[in-house]
Design a protein around this ligand. Structure first.
Ligand code: AP5
Length: 213
């Protein structure tokens, strides 16, 4: 199964993708995580991407398309994958379409989590992430069992550098201007599924699986 989780920053894409990974045993391909890993390794690409990410801007299409192309060719993607955070522009969506066609694959579903901006801001303000395994928590809505400690790997949780009020405003502006046009693109392709992402976490997961099963 080839899936995409879609939505504004903080809509719950990463959180729900983890449940899909467990259920289908296919990899989550998060461009945000790949870029953060490149930053941690201080690669040239990572250091260049960091400037955009810290400002809440999108990293240039050619950089992102290049890393996705290489990643989708890896062995663990043979039985399917979950795209998380890609594509975010029409140029990226068209490039993905070409890549899929050239490898004889098709996208099965674009699972779109619809969440109003006011709630997005609350979610991002309370988010805590694990720098080691990438798990995401919320101080109020989805707290770890022990405060500030990752349930999955025991690492100390951190606040993402781009989860501050000014950057979030910019990320939302970019979502509405550059990414939301993809809704019509995938509706036209017949793979778009709208899920009410503003509901309580378990209810969102339930709705998602009801659709998929
Ligand atoms: P990226 O890492 O992809 O960030 P994002 O899209 O801004 O998405 P988030 O990770 O912020 O949110 P999410 O939807 O995964 O929410 P989560 O599940 O954590 O990208 C970062 C940057 O990299 C971009 O700004 C850009 O610069 C660059 N980039 C990445 N991809 C790119 C691309 N393709 N092109 C160009 N640039 C790119 O949930 C959020 C919080 O809410 C958590 O605290 C969670 O616990 C909580 N929560 C989740 N669901 C619920 C619920 N139902 N109820 C209550 N709380 C919930």
């Amino acid at each position: 199964m080839n899936l995409m989780v879609f939505g504004a920053p903080g809509a719950g894409k990463g959180t729900q993708a983890k449940f899909l990974v467990q259920k289908y045993n296919i990899p989550q391909i998060s461009t945000g995580d790949m870029l953060r890993s490149a930053i941690a390794q201080k690669t040239d690409m990572g250091l260049e991407a960091k400037k955009y990410m810290d400002a809440g801007e999108l990293v240039p299409d050619e950089t992102i398309i290049g890393i996705i192309k290489d990643r989708l060719e890896e062995d663990d993607c043979k039985n399917g994958f979950i795209l998380d955070g890609f594509p975010r522009t029409i140029t990226q969506a068209k490039a993905l379409d070409e890549l899929m066609k050239s490898s004889g694959k098709k996208l099965d579903f674009v699972l779109s989590f619809d969440v109003p901006d006011e709630l997005i801001i609350q979610r991002i303000a309370g988010r805590r992430v694990c720098p080691k395994c990438g798990a995401s928590y919320h101080v109020e809505f989805n707290p770890p069992k022990t405060q500030d400690i990752c349930d999955a790997c025991g690492s100390k949780l951190i606040i993402r550098k781009d989860d501050n009020a000014d950057t979030v405003k910019n990320r939302l502006l970019n979502y509405h201007s550059q990414t939301s046009p993809l809704i019509d693109f995938y509706k036209d392709m017949g793979v778009f599924v709208r899920i009410d992402g503003s509901q309580e976490l378990n209810k969102v997961t339930k709705d998602m699986f009801e659709y998929l099963l």
